[in-house]
Write a protein that binds this ligand. Structure first.
Ligand SMILES: [Zn+2]
Ligand SMILES: [Zn+2]
Length: 305
């Protein structure tokens, strides 16, 4: 497996002189299986535009383009690049789009393609020439053929959001974003008038169980990409419930889960290259990570498993 980052930001693209090193595009990851000629893309953030150009130059000359596109969820930063993905405009292209939908009344096709109405965009999705197929995805285990196995796991985000775990020839690659740690929503302060001991205890049990399920999902991964939009201080300050994790949580989780390599991902758009370098010195230095190799994802970075 070969994994390449085409977009590493969360929320909104942030090009400019302060983000040239880590990159300013939103989530898009290319996953290649060279020997079986399979191409998987995870998320269609703004980074998919450049990936599309690359595919046109490098894959198209070899034959028709065939892609499985897995969307973690349908928040805008994960689908905004879709209309700018040039292979969609070729009749010879096949794209199978997989992803979760929160409200069954709105299909994945309507949510993703709905960006392409004249109100927002000059081309309607009905005009896309490619053979586009949509598949609603739930939590479970799936055989993707050619020896590729996929496990999906619901994450902790304001809408349905899936983490993906791909296994191929004994190697595992896992994504877990956008997500935040599960926390007890019931009052845990006995002095508080709303305190209910039974509820507080039950809440703690559920939280422990859910966090363990997430840990099991990433355990032993050769490569994990995890949401680290915030620092612990930012998270506790005002971001609890926003659906993103603090870096400290990710680092501890990886150490507990025997993850071999972890990319910190979905960078806060305000974060400059300089700040990410400083956070690298804090979180990625050898010795404080329980043996996991940890780094902040950069646009263009490639990991071979
Ligand atoms: Zn996001
Ligand atoms: Zn999101």
């Amino acid at each position: 497996m070969r994994v390449k980052f085409w977009g590493v930001r969360g929320s909104i693209p942030c090009p400019g002189p302060q983000t040239t090193e880590y990159g300013g595009n939103t989530a898009c990851i290319e996953l290649r299986f060279d020997e079986i000629d399979r191409l998987i893309i995870i998320d269609a953030g703004s980074g998919i535009r450049e990936l599309g150009n690359f595919i046109m130059a490098n894959d198209l000359p070899k034959g028709p383009i065939d892609i499985d596109l897995f969307l973690s969820h349908t928040h805008w930063d994960h689908i905004m690049g879709f209309p700018f993905f040039v292979p969609l405009y070729l009749p010879t292209t096949t794209v199978r789009v997989h992803g979760p939908v929160t409200h069954e009344a709105d299909t994945l096709e309507k949510i993703v393609g709905g960006q392409m109405t004249y109100r927002y965009f000059p081309v309607r999705d009905a005009e896309l020439a490619a053979n586009l197929q949509y598949f609603h995805l739930k939590e479970g285990e799936f055989d993707l053929g050619d020896g590729i196995k996929l496990t999906t796991k619901y994450l902790n985000h304001p809408i349905l959001c899936l983490g993906y775990r791909f296994e191929y020839k004994g190697k595992s690659f896992c994504t877990a974003y956008d997500t935040e740690p599960y926390t007890n929503i019931f009052c845990s302060d006995p002095e508080d008038p709303s305190y209910d001991e039974a509820m507080a205890v039950e809440g703690e049990l559920v939280v422990a169980e859910q966090n363990k399920v997430l840990q099991d999902f990433v355990t032993g991964a050769d490569f994990l990409i995890f949401d680290t939009q915030y620092t612990q201080e930012e998270y506790e300050g005002s971001k609890v419930g926003w659906g993103h994790s603090p870096m400290e949580f990710a680092v501890q989780l990886a150490a507990r889960s025997q993850v071999k390599k972890m990319a910190l991902f979905h960078h806060e758009p305000m974060r400059t290259d300089k700040q990410l370098d400083a956070l690298t010195a804090k979180h990625c230095s050898p010795g404080n990570d329980g043996g996991t190799e940890i780094f902040f994802a950069k646009e263009g970075m490639e990991i071979i498993l």
